[in-house]
Design a protein around this ligand. Sequence first.
Ligand code: ADP
Length: 494
Amino acid sequence: MKVLFVSSECYPLVKTGGLADVVGALPPALRGLGVEAHVLLPAYPGVLEQVEAQLAVARWHDLFGGSATLLTGVATTGARLFLLVAPHLFERAGGGPYIGPDGHDWPDNHLRFGALSRAAADIALGRVHWLYPDAVWRPDVVHLHDWQAALTAAYLHYDPRPGAPTSLLTIHNLAFQGQFPMSTARELGLPWEAERLDGLEFYGNLSFLKAGVSWCDHVSTVSPTYAAEIVTPEHGMGFDGLLRSRANSLTGIVNGIDDDLWNPGTDAALVPPYVHYSIRNFDGKAVNKRALQAELGLEQRDDVPLFCVVSRLTHQKGIDVLAQVMPMMAGRGAQFAVLGAGDRELEDGVRRVAENHPGRVSVTIGYDETLSHRMQAGSDAIVVPSRFEPCGLTQLYGLRYGTLPVVARVGGLADTVIDANPAAMASRAATGFLFHPVDADNLSHALHRACDLFADRDAWRSVQHCAMASDVGWSTAAAQYRDLYERIIRVRTH
Ligand code: ADP
């Protein structure tokens, strides 16, 4: 079976969040199950240098204002790639895949990701001008990821052709919907019907995501709880009605994590004074705590719990609530290590807490992959106070590293962490701490519970053991995706 992943991010080439991790890890995991997955990705600056064995295989004379070339190549993770080289759209200095140097979205993001979607549809429909007979490649399934890829479904819908592949949209975060003024429809080469309510009209704008939700054969999201949440008005972000109408074609599959990259026994970020450790050889965890405390300027103490946060600093992630709670918990002796970047106001808020609590609270503003690994390896617990969380990855890394998750009971967090309540403790099933709803009282209550358990070394150790034994790799999810591809192909052909 051939599957074309269409995505604006793919680890390690370009990443702003969990989307990249999934698109980087799932295709190699699928290969072991007989699925040949290729990832179609824009060739942003810096991407080409990281890809081996590039070969031009197709060309467009005019893709929304300039010519474009399709290169094949292989990422260091083994992911097979189609890179869309379109200098007029993607070869720009800026702050990541979506924003320019001024910190604002590129004004032509509709064309940039419209082009990605157009190219995907052309590959899907066999409309590509392949440069060699050997290069011809047509997928059985197009697997679209988030709004940046979702317009592919519109191009397939408005150009029905026999032999078109089956389509799957995965929503990694419903908050990002790809909304643009209706006037962009013409620039995107969409027919006039696209401007109607039964087209892509969404509260007066044009929504890329709506194309995927309306017309993909199936829609999935990244946890069963989030799949149930997004059909409700509270979490549906305007899409709940449309998603309810697709309820029979909506599935939740929990993400896995890359077992090789996130393995405390082999983690490349753990160089001296950090050490490797495992469920059987656990002493290294204490060594890493001391190393992390030293690196971040925290008091070097074994007897107080060290909570870390690795997150975008946004309202979704509950960072305002965290900032409220940290001073009181630091007063109790707890330590915090925060790594993240995002909203200026929230960055300033957590920075102020660190200034007022030297030695107890450390805040690193920025994006630092190496430090994120060390924080997982050296902390006792990881805090994820998200207001909503489609799946969440950092709590899964926490489980793998024996860094107990303290998480809001929402979305994928609810599906992956088992609360250390008396029943779960008695049956040795507990892996972390859950709280709900997200407010300062509930978060501090959960943190106090964690502090209390931390004081009971044997009980804490037993929960760590259970956390590290959790199945968080990709093999289960990859098999579920393979089964889903097979199911939607069967449904289409019957
Ligand atoms: P989201 O995709 O909503 O940002 P996830 O928990 O699904 O949240 O994924 C976040 C990913 O980004 C994780 O791999 C996490 O380790 C990483 N990450 C987030 N912020 C930072 C940061 N400041 N530095 C390094 N890695 C980060």
